[in-house]
Ligand binder design. Sequence first.
Ligand code: RFL
Length: 404
Amino acid sequence: MTESQNPCALRESADVIVLGAGPAGLVLGNLLHAAGIDCVLLERASRTHVQTRARAGFLAPDTGRILDRHGLADGLHRRGLRHGTCEFRTEDGRFRLDYGSLGQGGQHHVYPQQNLVTDLLTHYLDRGGRIRFQTEALAVRDADGTRPYVTTREPDGRPTRWSARYVAGCDGRHGAARRSLPPGAVRHHHDHGVTWLGLLAEAPPSLDAVGYAVHDRGFAGHMARTADVTRYYLQWQRGIPADAWPEQRIWDELDVRMRAADHGPLHRGTLRERGIFDLTCDVIEPLRHGSLFLAGDAASLLAPAAAKGANLAVLEAEILAGALTDALTRGDTAGLDRYSDQCLAHIWRAQEFTGWMTRLLHTAPDGDQDAGSFFHAALRRSRLASLRTSRIHQEWFAENYVGV
Ligand code: RFL
């Protein structure tokens, strides 16, 4: 017996079913609910889990403006920090870019993703928004018909069938929306060939800027999160587990790559979290399949080198919310027809800049024939020299670094 024929399955419905309660799903849910649209969020994890999952921290000025526009930025303004400088540390010394005051740039908000998710969730629930935690979407069915439905597994294991007019797949790269795409959907995939060890240190930031250290031993990164917590990244050999090195060795390696002997010591602290991130990316094309729309990481995965993923997620959620509201309140489906092309233009631009940043910061990718070669290192050095000396290059950087 198939899921759809199961007579025991509970049946529920909403005009819009939003899969996933990350930044994309929660912004979308808040905007739809505020517009009076009947919607429900289905989230696989528990409330505690989504509110404590540490990921992004750098939110672009446009993201702040979107959240402001919809009254969702209180926490960001109260507790977020502002950031407009990055420091590159290279074999030729260090230089700073005040991207916040360059060209079309602007300052980042530094606000941990789990705080943003908590704010969005609280706002949604306080206004009576519907959400089901620990409810895993299994598949989206009949997306090309007029009454799509989502099959789910409830917390007690019972199968449920949710029918809707539209389904928003905001359930990330491993979610049910991607698994349910029809054969015509294309996934463009690219592996930058670089791996990061991501670290969350219980230590105050060591410099008042984002730190990008370009070193022959590999990249190291420093990013403030709060006054007491700092993210560090180390370019890492693929296949080596995250716990392979003791803390002391990690801090020593960060010291070497960040050139602490020349530029000042790093504040050390307990490493609260370690994670391995392969810098891969992909784009699903198109982002609409009948009544199913993809947003956020479900639509496109970006390597974290340029801090774009959560920003795109918020932007796409706002565009999709407007289009769904027009369709459901006025029967105007033009926004839904435009959705995929409109978002893909932003996504490809973000992918392009992320790829450029990845090449700027790292030693040659694993498996590259030229790994460690003079040629790769010389190109990287030349790119950095241009960024250090060319005002036009700096303005281009600023515009792309903070823009989505
Ligand atoms: P999320 O945040 O992954 O949320 C998806 C939600 O869907 C749920 N889910 C399901 N629910 C129901 N049924 C299913 N079958 C489900 N499958 C999954 C999950 O439990 C989850 O709650 O996706 P969303 O909303 O699209 O948001 C995307 C962002 O999370 C992501 O792009 C950013 O974290 C990327 N990123 C950064 N982006 C920035 O803009 N600025 C940054 O500074 C930044 N730093 C980062 C980052 C990503 C990182 N990682 C994880 C590689 C730093 C790191 C280390």
